[in-house]
Design a protein around this ligand. Structure first.
Ligand code: SD4
Length: 333
């Protein structure tokens, strides 16, 4: 049984690699020498990558890195750009609410020393990522939830805010008419933000922040604040962040898996593809109906991204170029 699964997984990974190689931006196969060289030739530091289409966020992070700031400062401040953007309906202020109309935020952050902090089910505070950082730096804990996290934010001087904007409220009221729950694939191509940065010293940090799935059950927490699932950093190896249906990421401990695969010698691209294959090869996987995407960077500054469905993208800022890179994907139809 184990052996059969192993073979099944191995062959599917092979499919992912072969299919991926024919796509956007990659003319050669992954085993082709020039393909490997092209990945290696772009590894100048500092660099920042983020999930989805978030050029303003990566620009903010790069500004910090260029001024000699740490990767930790860069990912926090980059994520804060999206948290404050009321037009982004899946992060921070303006995020779509749960079924009861409450906007609840999940976020986490991890630094070069392997320290981490997270907040789950945080309400009434826009900058969840900053509270997560404070949990990491100023408390003896890793994770604060709900009222405790909110109370901690007030103690830090944050003010209570209404995170439900008029347009998110309108969307929720519209949804309530039928109350049909189905994860939305690639919502507006602009979703949960996960960000990874390497600073001038070569140190890696990462952060992730989200309002979670729109119209989730009250109390639901996704992958984004769960260290190892939504985010993982190992400064010796690299980092990974996830987006999409958090339940599936949690079940496979996705980001930790990607970093461990890189430790074993896989490139960031190969590691992301293998982590997606673990999801889609599960018996009875419903992967046609949900999206998961990973982005990853290794210590050498090589990057990769992969998703189940088309239209996932990564924003990358390196060598003065801040660009959106369409991700390779598994499901070709
Ligand atoms: C969650 N992973 O709460 C988040 C949502 C997300 O793209 O990333 N959507 O499950």
């Amino acid at each position: 049984m184990k052996r059969r699964n192993f073979i099944k997984n191995a062959s599917l990974t092979g499919v992912g690699l072969a299919v991926g190689s024919s796509l956007v931006g990659y003319a050669e196969t992954p085993s082709d020498k020039s393909f490997k060289n092209s990945l290696k030739s772009t590894n100048t530091l500092p660099l920042v990558i983020a999930t989805w289409h978030v050029e303003n966020a990566t620009a903010k992070a790069m500004e910090i890195l260029q001024n000699g700031g740490t990767a930790l400062d860069a990912v926090e401040q980059g994520c804060m750009v999206e948290e404050a953007d009321v037009n982004n309906q899946s992060v921070g202020k303006g995020g779509l609410p749960d079924r009861e109309g409450n906007v609840t935020l999940d976020a986490c952050i991890m630094n070069k020393d392997g320290d981490c902090g997270s907040v789950v089910y945080l309400q009434n505070i826009t900058h969840a990522v900053s509270i997560a950082r404070k949990v990491m730096e100023d408390t003896p804990h890793v994770m604060l939830a709900g009222k405790g996290a909110e109370q901690y934010a007030y103690e830090l001087g944050y003010k209570k805010e209404n995170l439900l904007t008029e347009s998110s409220k309108k969307a929720w009221l519209e949804w309530k008419k039928e109350s049909k729950y189905k994860p939305i694939i690639n919502i507006e191509n602009h979703d949960t933000i996960g960000m990874l940065a390497i600073d001038k010293n070569g140190d890696i940090s990462g952060a992730c922040t989200t309002s979670g799935l729109a119209y989730k059950m009250a109390g639901r927490v996704g992958d984004s604040p769960i260290i190892g699932s939504g985010l993982f950093i190992d400064n010796e190896i690299g980092g990974c962040v996830a987006t999409g249906l958090g339940e599936e990421v949690v079940k496979t401990v996705g980001s930790f898996l990607v970093v461990e695969l890189m430790r074993q010698g896989k490139s960031p691209q190969e590691a992301c593809e293998e982590a997606i294959s673990r999801i889609v090869t599960k018996p009875n996987s419903d992967y046609k109906n949900f999206q998961v995407g990973y982005i990853a960077v290794n210590k050498q500054g090589e990057t990769g991204s992969y998703s189940i469905h088309q239209w996932f993208s990564m924003t990358k800022f390196q060598d003065g170029v801040n660009e959106r890179i369409q991700s390779e994907y598994f499901l070709k139809e």
